[in-house]
Design a protein around this ligand. Sequence first.
Ligand code: SF4
Length: 246
Amino acid sequence: MNVIGRVHSLESCGTVDGPGIRFVVFMQGCPLRCQFCHNPDTWDTNKGMEYTPEQLMKEIVKYKSYMGFSGGGVTFTGGEPLMQQGFILEMSKLCKAEGISVALDTSGFIWNDGVKEILEYTDIVLLDIKNYNPIVYEEVTGVSLCPTLEFLDYLREKNINTWVRYVLVPGLTDNKDSIKELSSHLRNYPNVSKIELLGFHKMGEYKWKELGLEYKLSQTKEPSKELMTEVKNILELSGKVISVNA
Ligand code: SF4
């Protein structure tokens, strides 16, 4: 089967989307509408460049030695990579056959048997939990939190190494009671090896404007050092390693 993938862009030596040096594949398409999204240009599933799995593998293997010595690999992100399950499955299989480690960066919103099959070829999941309060989650993303929590349970069942990512947006995702609850919830997940705390930034604001979309966070500031530290301290209650990317 030759599935075609729609790819937004490629980054050959990424260092912020999983361990080591990574070949990062930004896939087109996303069912969420996060208010702080810095890649709204990935939302439309019909855009992007077309690749067959073989064409994309040709690009990836050029960087195999960098990935190997740094403990890196390939990261599928987006957008939401699980919008294109057939392609991600083929790519993940090809990467594993080449001995390349596979990371999947996902919101966990798309949750079905196809995803379970992809996870058989996934070494690490970067699970973006946009908020732990279901009402705030829906306000932030436009969708329900439930599938993401089921996804997390499945990752524990299969003991798949997971990094949880949390974007801190002042006035939107800095509801500390819910962060505390998230922290204590994650204590029950031995497969979660790290929590990444990411500071909100507005680098994608111009893309919203270009797309004619209303950017609701124009007046929102980046989180202060104090707020980042306070939230980091709360996340440390989970007993996990916390990394901070302001
Ligand atoms: S899941 Fe990611 S790509 Fe999709 S809207 Fe949210 S931030 Fe943007």
